[in-house]
Design a protein around this ligand. Structure first.
Ligand code: SAH
Ligand code: F3S
Length: 481
């Protein structure tokens, strides 16, 4: 083994452990949630040990891997389009092999090979450690599939290769899978049962990131608040754990507290929180540590109790309001964002009005809004008719987006005149004379570069805003540097 410097990526060169012989080029890209982007870094690490060097150029690739998303039909269509592009490139580069990873791989399994001739390899989210064997199969001229979901796999022992990193912020996965079974959602089928990662391996990964000078990490899980380590095993089997295991178990509040206390200058974020799993303890831990960002992504999906029930979201509108009130009482400056689905089966105008009135109560800082997309195999698909016409879904969606735009602007306006700490992440997309970074509330702030550099914590006086961005001027370093 020898150390090779890979300079094909932007930012800092990466040092990869690689076999000298048999060097091949891997092009890997990801669609969908942050977990997919994080998983691709695990895959790159597994394949680096097999002699694969990552490339940014599709045309140069020996192996192309696409990490896919199934959450909505449109996400799947995007991937299908991408496969067409690979097909075109394969005409110039016939030795190129193509593999599909992630949720579409898990959902479609070997059907993928029949439907898309370009695909040589299908690998589900828990089977990435088998990639070296699967690639050997492909090299021998056979197609290869592994979509076995695991009860244990958390990739806790793999140190991810930070792909296209800005060297400032990184993701760390802490749970995998989801047990919630929201009736609209394909994730429990594609990512399996929920399991948590050993806190020791999480702390080690974070220590390593801090040593590399990373300034912000986001703890990731489909349902991050549900994190529970009791020595391994599925979350659903916790009841069967020994008294000792129960007494020494680490829940999300405890994990967050441990990480925040160990690295007081490291900014910490986490996502995604399902309201039914978010405890008061977590909110108190957030309030206790300055370095835990004051921002919670708290999907609601619908403001109607009846629809929440049909969705199998295990909380009511009233309970959600209580959670919001607790957050705002304990952390008044906390920003909150939402996910909302419009046009879930049977949704009436009255249900839709409930969603709008819930938004008026919370006045979210921002949100991610979608028209309902029926997913094969989900409970909603099996038990309910997708009965809301597309134009009604779209109209309700645009009403919700408009209300959110108004609220984002309202929230952002309140920052004008304040001086906020911003972590500089990158150059502004619109101007190479400006930096772009985020405040603790996760709001993007843009300001003139002056003498500052990427990775600095600076105090920015906010002078103006748009519905998406704060504009201002840096007045000095923050005391977090
Ligand atoms: N674990 C998160 C959500 C993960 S999926 C939670 O607790 O809510 C991300 C978002 O995609 C969901 O919050 C939902 O708003 C949206 N989504 C999921 N399935 C969908 C579907 N079938 N149609 C439209 N949007 C969907
Ligand atoms: Fe999906 Fe609900 Fe889990 S939205 S990821 S089943 S919390």
């Amino acid at each position: 083994m020898e150390k090779i410097i890979d300079e094909t990526k932007q930012g800092q060169p990466l040092v990869l452990d690689q076999k000298k012989e048999n060097q091949r080029k891997l092009f890997i890209e990801s669609y969908g949630c942050q977990m997919n982007f994080s998983d691709s870094e695990i895959v790159a690490s597994i394949l680096a040990k097999e002699g694969f060097n990552t490339t940014q150029r599709l045309e140069d690739a020996d192996l192309v891997l696409v990490n896919t998303c199934s959450i909505r039909e449109k996400a799947e269509q995007t991937v299908r389009k991408r496969l067409e592009k690979y097909n075109a490139v394969k005409k110039i580069n016939p030795k190129m092999k193509v593999g599909v990873l992630g949720c579409m791989a898990e959902r479609l399994k070997s059907k993928f090979l029949e439907e898309e001739k370009i695909v040589d390899l299908v690998v589900g989210p828990d089977a990435y450690k088998d990639l070296p064997n699967l690639i050997e199969e492909v090299d021998a001229g056979r197609n290869a599939v592994n979509v076995i979901l695991s009860k244990e796999e958390t990739y806790g022992d793999i140190s991810p290769v930070r792909l296209q990193s800005n060297g400032v912020s990184a993701f760390v996965s802490i749970t995998r899978g989801c047990d919630n079974m929201c009736t609209f959602c394909v994730v429990p089928f594609t990512r399996g049962r929920e399991r948590s990662r050993d806190p020791q391996s999480i702390l080690e990964e974070i220590d390593d990131l801090v040593a590399q000078n990373f300034k912000e990490i986001t703890l990731l899980g489909q349902n991050v608040d549900s994190y529970l380590w009791y020595g391994g095993g599925l979350k659903k089997d916790f009841d069967k754990a020994s008294e000792f295991q129960k007494a020494t178990a680490v829940n999300f509040a405890k994990l967050l507290d441990m990480v925040a206390a160990k690295h007081p200058k490291l900014r910490l974020r986490f996502t995604t929180s399902n309201p039914q799993d978010m405890t008061l303890d977590v909110i108190h831990v957030m309030a206790k540590h300055k370095n835990i960002c004051k921002y919670i992504h708290l999907p609601i999906q619908s403001g109607s109790d009846r629809i929440l029930k049909e969705m199998n979201r295990l909380h009511t509108r009233q309970e959600y309001f209580e959670l919001i009130d607790n957050i705002k009482n304990i952390i008044p400056e906390c920003a909150i964002s939402q996910d909302i689905i419009t046009g879930f089966p049977t949704e009436t105008e009255e249900d839709h009005q409930d969603t709008l009135s819930l938004m008026e109560y919370v006045k979210y800082d921002y949100g991610f809004m979608f028209a309902y997309s029926e997913r094969p195999g989900t409970l909603a698909e099996r038990k309910m008719d997708d009965d809301i016409p597309e134009e009604v879904k779209k109209r309700r969606l645009s009403e919700i987006i408009e209300v959110q735009r108004k609220h984002s602007e309202y929230r952002h306006r309140a920052f004008i005149g304040q001086t906020l700490e911003v972590l500089i992440e990158k150059e502004s997309k619109k101007s190479n004379a400006h930096w772009s970074g985020r405040t603790t509330q996760n709001t993007v702030a843009v300001f003139p570069k002056e003498e500052y550099k990427i990775g600095d914590f600076v105090m920015v006086r906010i002078d103006e805003c748009t519905s998406a961005t704060l504009l201002g001027e840096a007045i000095g370093y923050s005391d977090n540097n």
